[in-house]
Design a protein around this ligand. Structure first.
Ligand SMILES: [Zn+2]
Length: 318
């Protein structure tokens, strides 16, 4: 159990079903009102109240890209960043993918990850709610992308080898149901690869972790628990640079494999709350300034790569 000081009674946690929670923050990253609580039982963060499916559909289909980046089509800088990230991800997890795998990427964005996978010989399909991004991916990279809301997505049972979800699960108000649904679509032994922001990240401004579209926030423990509670075997769980993201690889067990029922660790780390002490700690940690420097280097490198081009769409394999 998480040691908490301020318990409040709310709707139940969508992961463990318990109601006891502690207020993590009252503001989002733009200092607008947003209540985020951390479950006292499993450590999962959630916005309170959680949006209904209908509110979520509307938000994802129309407002998401605009409120995020102020654009309706990907900018060259975003495409460059996404292409570099796709290459990096492939170096990290490409060895886990079986040759010629059938892969579904949920929330495929502008399609650079699909392009890298297709180039490596995999059979890929993406699903993207934003029609402009889906069209961009089809046109630029010749990859198959379906325009659909993630909550409405359907696939035949046992029809895929791998599902990838990068920064998608934190947008879904019932992550357990989603993880169970994805499990059915994979053949036994198939892989689910997930990346989400780490809500207990100490190298990010405490208030910067909360966003109205990120309705769920994961810690290492709650992501692991969610995967195992949905019937997956966890084969990898790691923190990215500056502990900003969590990367998990889960495997669908074969029919004859019996997994032990999941249990939470006896002592969960306390949820990081947005308190003056946490903000003070953030500004007095060397990693804060190292990360800022790393971001400056990244911006400079992107500026150099795009200099002199007004429409540079870099090749994801380049
Ligand atoms: Zn919980």
């Amino acid at each position: 159990m998480v040691k908490t000081h301020r318990h409040i009674s709310l709707s139940a946690c969508p992961l463990c079903g318990q109601a006891a929670a502690v207020v993590a923050s009252l503001l989002d990253r733009w200092r607008k009102a947003l209540i985020t609580v951390a479950c006292a039982h499993c450590g999962l963060f959630r916005n309170d109240p959680l949006p209904t499916s209908e509110e979520l559909r509307r938000f994802h289909e129309i407002d998401y890209r605009e409120s995020y980046k102020g654009v309706r089509a990907p900018k060259a800088r975003n495409v460059l960043r996404s292409a570099r990230l796709a290459k990096h991800r492939f170096e990290q997890i490409g060895h886990r993918l079986p040759a010629g795998a059938q892969i579904l990427d949920v929330g495929s964005g502008s399609g650079e990850w699909l392009a890298v996978l297709q180039k490596a010989g995999h059979q890929v399909c993406g699903v993207e709610p934003d029609p402009f991004y889906g069209e961009f991916a089809r046109r630029e990279y010749g990859v198959q992308v379906e325009t659909a809301g993630i909550l409405d997505l359907r696939r035949p049972e046992q029809s895929l080898d791998v599902i990838t979800l990068f920064h998608v699960l934190e947008h879904l108000p019932d992550p357990l149901a989603a993880l169970q649904r994805f499990r059915g679509w994979l053949r036994p032994g198939g892989l689910l690869i997930i990346e989400v922001p780490n809500t207990n990240c100490r190298h990010q401004h405490p208030a910067g972790r909360f966003h109205p579209a990120h309705v769920i926030g994961f810690t290492k423990e709650s992501l692991d628990y969610a995967g195992r509670a949905a019937g997956w075997e966890r084969i990898e769980l790691s923190l990215g640079s500056y502990e900003r993201n969590l990367l998990a690889v889960f495997r669908r067990p074969r029919e004859d494999e019996a997994l032990a029922p999941p249990s939470l660790p006896a002592a969960l780390p306390a949820p990081l709350l947005t308190t003056p002490a946490a903000v003070f700690g953030y500004y007095f940690r060397p990693s804060t300034y190292l990360r800022w420097a790393a971001r400056m280097v990244q911006f400079a490198s992107e500026w150099l790569a795009l200099r002199g081009t007004n429409r540079s769409i870099p090749s994801p394999g380049a």
